[in-house]
Design a binder for this molecule. Sequence first.
Ligand code: F0G
Length: 448
Amino acid sequence: MRCIGCGTVHDRVGRDLRCPTCGDLVEIAYPAWKASGGRASGLIASELKALWRQRRSSRSAVDQSGVWRFREMLPALGDGHDAITLREGNTPLYEMPGCARAAGVQHLYAKHQGLNPTGSFKDTGMTVAASFARREGFRWVACASTGNTSASMAAYAARGGMRSLVLIPDGKISWSKLSQALDYGAVTCQIRTDFDGCMRVLNEVVLRMPVYLLNSVNPYRLEGQKTAAIELLEQLDWQPPDHVIVPGGNLGNSSALGKALLEMQELGLISTLPKVSIIQAEGANPLVRTVRETGGKELVGVEAETLATAIRIGHPASWKKAVRILQATGGTVEQVSEIEIAQAKAEIGADGIGCEPASAVTLAGLKKLVTQGFVKPSQSIVLVLTGHLLKDPDFTLKFHRGDLFAGSKLEKDAGVLAGQQRAPIVLEASADAVVKTLEQADKLAEKR
Ligand code: F0G
């Protein structure tokens, strides 16, 4: 483990998972790759590609996992230690024709990480970090969460025979995410604060109790999350897209995907780097402010507020790692409004895909980057969709009923969304009524 601040390499770190020398975050480094001339586990790029492809027809659980299939690029669990796996990863890469038209580009894809076992990208990191927690002999694992991390952690803890402790901001996460943590058996505490407050409390708890921290400050989480980028490149036949666009919350995921791209370049798996750009909600935009106001040198924390509750984070832990990825890949940051998020989410839904609000910032951000000329219409772009549509049904229902912004100061601007709203229609039990509705819908579609 190498400190991202002072560069010291440690065999072990304390329970807060920070550098014992300077307190900064650590990351997992693979010095053996360089020492062996760009090989991982002694294999050159073409051998790695062939091995990973071959594992797809295997019947073993670790080969079927879309994370452990790429284990040459992951830390080794060691003999006698099994991975805790739900066959995570293996998520589809979709073409997005309607969204491409909306954004004014020709080649748009979505890597849907929401199609993981618990419905979000967190599973790819959790399989690795939970496996290491069990290897270390922990009985308890814990996280602060806006909902997805907690759902994922609770599932993997249950599968691995460990107990889990969840701290979530009271009333600020979606019911479906909360219900997952409960069903998977977590001790779930709704804390009267926001995500940043939950994180503060948990950092103290881990120092006082033998619980293993599974937030994305945990470097093993990011190693697992890296594999989404490896799988993406495999799906694109190792031809990198021009742009990868990711939502930014606590900034672990963008850091992980960027780390994977840099490492794939180091191993000769790809020869060029896509630009990784990070999009935040206007009301939860600490990275955007950090980059624009300090050139990425000092974190500008904010009091976060957005309906995209998954990314309602004002003091992201991995901001330094994310700044490094922006700089290394030549990507940019952008922020999008609540109305833009709602509109983009409906457009992703209308392509037959769907996602939760936080994921939709990617399409909303892409539209801005095209307008600014940062993304050219002929370039290839991959949006990383991080969570499943069913993660936040309240948002979707309110949107279609037209009352997502009712009573808020955005109400007067929400008229632009009318064309995308499809409120449910209550009818008498008669075929006549249904046929009439069908005819009206057909006429409306023709007009559009
Ligand atoms: N999208 C979704 C659906 C998320 O749940 C999160 C983060 C993000 C994007 C942002 O990713 O934090 O790596 O920058 N959710 C965390 C949680 C914070 O607790 O579930 P990030």
